[in-house]
Design a protein around this ligand. Sequence first.
Ligand SMILES: [Zn+2]
Length: 673
Amino acid sequence: MSNPLLDTSSLPRFADITPDHVLPALEQLIAAQRSKLDELLDSTPDPDFDSLVAPLEDMEHELSRVWSPVSHLQGVLGSREWRDAYNAALPILTEYGTEISQNARLQKAYARVDNGLPADVSESRRSAVAHALRDFRLAGVDLPDADKARFKEIMQSLAATQADFDHNIQDASDAWSLHIDDASELDGLPAQALARAEADAAKQERGGWLLTLDYPTYHAVMTHAENRGLRESLYHAWVTRASDESATTQWDNSANIEAILALRHEAAALVGFDNYAGYSLATKMAETSDEVVGFLRELASHSREAAKKELHELRDFAGMAIEPWDMSFYMEKLKQEKFSISNEELRQYFPAATVVGGLFNLASKLYGVTLERDESVITWHDDARYYAVQNSDGEAIGGFYSDLFARSGKRTGAWVDDCINRKNLNGRATLPVGYLVCNFSPPDENGRSLLTHDDVVTVFHEFGHMLHHLLTRIDYPSIAGINGVPWDAVELPSQFMENFAWSFDVLERCSQHADTGEPLPRALFDKLENSRHTGAALAMMRQIELGLFDIRLHTEYEPGVELAALEILHEVREEASLIRHPEYNRLPHSFSHIFAGGYAAGYYSYKWAEVLAADAYAAFQEAGIFDSETAGRFRREILEVGGSRDFMQAYIEFRGRKPDIDALLRQSGILSS
Ligand SMILES: [Zn+2]
């Protein structure tokens, strides 16, 4: 087999795969799958699960294995060649996906399987079929041919436009920089950020410092730079990225926003929904927009007064009105003064390697799994690592790659994606493999990357997603691991894990001072814990603002009404934001989650799942956070079941009752504990 992308006998051959392989691999595989599908439908007039669903699941599994490295590499390498290859292949993949879910013959075959399922069929088999039937309906399988064709066209335009939206943000960010000659302008910046800025300037054969819009730099300036003008400059650049307000409008996402909203609305209308929010919620725990808006407003009603108090305190402390570019800066100062704590002091205790090691030990303690680096596995970059994962009895259960540090071209943010999904179909089995990607400050000249406590929380969060992917016991890939889990529950395992990054017992084992080698002292942890609620209500209101904006936009959007996004944003800010945002603020233009990612009419999911996560963690606190019985129950009822059962039912099995909002309010310091 000459095309390495098509070699799915083992892990992806990252050393051999090039962008040139993408199109030929995809075309060849899809052609083969098309004829296989016809053959299958012809040869199984009386289909059952094993003769129809299992082979179909297998085909989808194969396709996602071939596509996964492509999607991954364009994100982590971000070269022009990779992006072009990705952009060229995306329409083919999207078209094929819609073709399958619009295939009426296949749908009828699934319906026959469904009718013929024995009464004692397993929950996971029943769910795999039910999910497939639901997805046929959501893809317009019953529509007249012309509408079907239009739906398909829309899916393709959407995929391309969403990819372009993301690429604009990356390009606009990469193109921006600010050169500084005078060191005094950078007062307050931590050594690590200064060193990076100096190195970035040196790369351009310049002296001085070069500030860029990579997230660690932006965050360092907003949190630490004494120079208010400098903070405002970076804030301006950040919130106008890829917009009509940015210095270069070459990457303006305005038209993409309009196009994405119009396409989503049209697609939803074609398959019988009033708006895209209805379409999006058809696969989620929450049932209607009203329910989501009500949920967010209930959280707001509990949090607003606390947030106002926080803002007043901040104003008094700063002695002036707080602008958006002052928020993190004074919050950090206030924390230092009130709790004599500083992120930079804490950072010394969190070398990336120590944190990751401690995190792995925690997974062992909770779930009995062991994680071991395998240096023989070939990756895409020197920063990337591969770990093999085993159960306590030595059974191999999967593996994952990590790629932790920021670099030019790499997509910003932190995420987990699947490389291989678990399957066990008619005797053909694979174990799950995933990617865990972050954008932490790259190692310094001594090879040390020191994480902030926020970074520690981030890596715990992503590792929670990874455990969800790896610990699944479901045999059918469409509902294994994270697949098929309602989107508003997907953040439960991840936000649940964040809680452990606030436990002394855990952090002690995740820390080692960069110079002295000491673990985090109790006294410093106490300060950290005391400072946990600083700004928590303001942060809560911020997430509510984003969630309301998203759900209202996708509910109220009307075709042909331009600038709806900015208008709705304005209204939402009147309702939920406590500080005034400048006119030039173009939040939507870089709001990848909802315009390029999977969070459209779903951003509320973070808060929704956080309620579940806080309430689940409270069960651990009640029993002792390392209690093996509780951890075992969490693993069995939540982490292992994928999308095989009704999620609320699974949660009740774990908790013995429905989730309660109070645990989250207590965790945020809004309710006293
Ligand atoms: Zn997440």
